[in-house]
Design a protein around this ligand. Structure first.
Ligand code: SF4
Ligand code: SF4
Length: 720
């Protein structure tokens, strides 16, 4: 290749400017991570981390759940990986004049691979542009659309220039162009044939394509650091450093450390400022691709609440850029200041409102804000905005049901829920700002050990006359049945405990309950944000269980299940925890209980997944297997089920808070109605309560009814 065209000096100069600018930006981003005050260790379980890298990065595990978007992304990702070799090849050949890769063995196969993937990436880019410009799914609402289109055109441009560079070399007849191995470039070379081989024009064109290609490559490096496409690099690390603790376990606050902290900056609970998050949280923020998958599955967002998990993450990211990176923000979504009347307001500009700022009610209703308007949202106030009540509205945090759908969908494994909970912790413990009803529930847990505020002494009243023994009288019982507050106090939820006891007794299971020694597991306190109260309850319960030498726990409440299985270990409590649907499933499959065909329930039934045994603990099959075995029942699935099941709206302490219309549980009831089911089965007392409320509010009692899985089984039990 002519030296004048591939000048190593010019290349080194271009690369130096690009790498210096890129390095400066990445240093700034690393600096922001170093300013995080919450320590986090993420180097355990290296095999698991490598596995995650293969599954979620190389195999594009989560992305391929969405076929069209997954395939186009995989084509671009895999193609980009392969074509990196071509980019490096071009740079090496330019720097090392006279050396050509075709001198190496296997270079023909590599050339063929590069050529094939060029074609595939272009197909992927065309599909992506079609997705952005024509399909434009709702999940992109609020994302940086212009940035997404620019980057697609940029990648397409740099790769096309690279391919045309090969094509001109083939047209020149250069042997190192290995035209026989590059069918696409060879086909493109026919465009240049009329110029004649070795013509001056071809050489000039070759130079133009080469330098435009390299300029776009090095420009791309710089641009990455300032765009949402940062994820191209950070996603690899974000996946590698993913949470390896059980999914359902929240991080435990070291209360002692906070209370005894010498540095004033560490004397806080949770996150009230952006630097209160951990370095991994910051990495999460850098990594958001703004794909909107989390938003699509968020029950709060889908019922018009102020919360969108996507904009929560991008708002936090922009807040970090504004406050930790010297004021730079790529674009600002974070426009949720509070108006004079205390109502949040949002200011937007855009095509719909040219040249003006327009004040809109802060209750974020996606349908009445055009995508472009949202993506160009601007700050309405000057000066530094507080994180809570400024960038992030408190209502946003309280709207979350902690259902985990966002985290389950996120292709780059961003953890939304721990961030929301950390901010709630700050509101509750540092500022005592929380919804009034939630405050009442916390006070009840504190005073009478249950959120209902009912007398603790009546906790075991439900079990009277059922022949249930207490652990104090039966110290050697194999299982402890942890009843939970709902199934102890709530009349309707008591149908679960009563049915389960009937089943366990029919199977001859050796079990006992704690009676008044049982106290709230602390889950609602923790999810509302009162970590202090949660830890008090956890330590007390662990001590009671230790005293009774409990090893195996049956839980009919998924929230208690999750707390015992995943969170009590931080307080020295490690148990074999079995959800009641798992227990019943085992009893049925082992033949320890049998069902009576003469009690066939001729109904069509649909099962509603509880988030806390489903998504958080991957228990999907047992309740379904049970229902399949009940004589007469025909089981159908709702459109959203299993890991994509929609929350009932009660999790995250939402059971104890008011909710505006439309309510999450009403939407879920509608989804059940959309099947031809006449019955719904639940496996959680709170889901049961939410379905009850939804059915009665919509006056659907004639059309559909709900009960716990255990109740359906107890009805069909063969009497011995
Ligand atoms: S946990 Fe559920 S409710 Fe909360 S942000 Fe995620 S999807 Fe929305
Ligand atoms: S948080 Fe995850 S799922 Fe949500 S927009 Fe960002 S990358 Fe997509």
């Amino acid at each position: 290749m002519p030296t004048a065209i591939l000048s190593p000096i010019a290349l080194v100069a271009l690369a130096s400017v690009s790498l210096a600018t890129t390095g400066r930006r990445w240093w700034q981003l690393l600096g922001m991570m170093r300013r995080s005050r919450l320590p986090e260790r993420r180097l355990d379980d290296l095999p698991g981390r490598l596995r995650a890298f293969f599954v979620y990065v190389l195999a594009q595990g989560r992305l391929l759940r969405w076929p069209y978007a997954g395939i186009l992304h995989a084509l671009i990702f895999w193609g980009f990986v392969v074509l990196l070799t071509a980019i490096v090849q071009g740079i090496v050949e330019a720097l090392w004049q006279g050396f050509h890769f075709n001198q190496l063995p296997g270079s023909g196969a590599l050339a063929f691979l590069q050529d094939t993937f060029f074609f595939l990436v272009i197909c992927g880019i065309a599909m992506a542009l079609f997705n952005r410009l024509v399909i434009n799914p709702a999940r992109f609402r609020g994302s940086h659309r212009g940035d997404a289109i620019l980057i697609l055109v940029w990648i397409g441009g740099l790769l096309t220039c690279m391919e045309l560079n090969y094509a001109t070399r083939i047209a020149e007849g250069a042997p190192e162009a290995v035209g026989q191995w590059r069918p696409v470039a060879a086909a493109l070379s026919s465009i240049f044939r009329p110029l004649g081989t070795s013509s001056e024009a071809l050489i000039v064109l070759h130079g133009i394509f080469f330098w435009v290609h390299l300029t776009l490559v090095f420009g791309f490096l710089v641009y990455l650091g300032y765009s949402k496409h940062l994820h191209i690099v950070t996603a690899v690390f974000n996946v590698f450093f993913k949470n390896q603790r059980p999914k359902g376990a929240l991080r435990t606050v070291d209360l002692e450390a906070v209370m005894n902290a010498e540095d004033e900056a560490d004397q806080h609970f949770g996150a009230g400022a952006i630097e209160h998050f951990s370095w991994k949280d910051m990495l999460d923020l850098y990594t958001c691709t703004e794909c909107g998958r989390c938003q699509t599955h968020c029950p709060a967002y889908n019922t018009g609440k102020v919360l969108s998990p996507k904009t929560l993450i991008t708002d936090l990211r922009d807040h970090a850029y504004e406050n930790l990176a010297g004021g730079f923000a790529a674009t600002t979504h974070a426009a949720h200041p509070v108006g004079e009347d205390g109502e949040p307001v949002m200011w937007v500009t855009g095509d719909r409102h040219p040249g003006t700022l327009q004040e809109l009610p802060g209750h974020f209703q996606p349908s009445w804000i055009a995508p472009d308007d949202v993506s160009t949202a601007v700050q309405a106030n000057d000066g530094e905005r507080p994180l809570l009540g400024g960038t992030i509205l408190e209502d946003t945090l309280w709207a979350c049901t902690t259902c985990g759908a966002c985290m389950d969908q996120c292709p780059v494994l961003i953890d939304h829920v721990p961030k929301i909970l950390d901010m709630r912790r700050h509101l509750v413990l540092d500022e005592s700002r929380l919804p009034r009803q939630a405050e009442t529930a916390l006070r009840n847990i504190e005073s009478v050990a249950n959120p209902y505020g009912l007398s603790h002494q009546s906790r075991a009243d439900w079990a009277q006359d059922l022949g249930v023994q207490f652990a104090a009288d039966k110290p050697d019982a194999e299982y402890l049945y942890w009843v939970g507050c709902a199934a102890s106090f709530d009349e309707r939820a008591r149908t679960i405990s009563t049915a389960l006891v009937k089943i366990l007794q029919a199977a001859g299971v050796d079990f006992a309950i704690l009676g008044t020694e049982e106290k709230c597991s602390g889950d609602p306190a923790r999810r509302i944000g009162n970590e202090y109260l949660f830890q008090e309850r956890a330590k007390e319960n662990v001590e009671v269980l230790r005293r009774h030498n409990v090893r195996k726990i049956i839980a009919s409440c998924p929230h208690c299940f999750n707390t015992f299985a995943n969170e009590y270990r931080d307080f020295g409590g490690e148990y074999e925890v079995i959800h009641h649907t798992q227990m019943i499933d085992t009893l049925l499959k082992s033949g320890r209980i049998t069902l009576d065909d003469t009690k066939a329930q001729r109904e069509t039934i649909t099962y509603h997944d509880s988030c806390y045994i489903g998504r958080w603990n991957d228990i999907f099959a047992p309740p379904r297997d049970i229902l399949e075995r009940i004589p007469g029942l025909r089981v159908v699935e709702m459109a959203r089920s299993k890991s994509e099941g929609m929350c009932c709206g009660a999790g995250g302490g939402r059971m104890w808070m008011e909710e505006g219309q439309p309510r999450v549980n009403h939407r879920r009831v509608q989804q059940a109605l959309d099947t031809d089911a006449t019955k719904v089965a639940t496996a959680c007392p709170f889901c049961l309560a939410m379905f009850d409320e939804g059915i009665s509010a919509k006056q659907l009692g004639e059309r559909i009814a709900v009960d716990d899985v255990a109740v359906y089984v107890a009805r069909a039990l063969k009497e011995s």
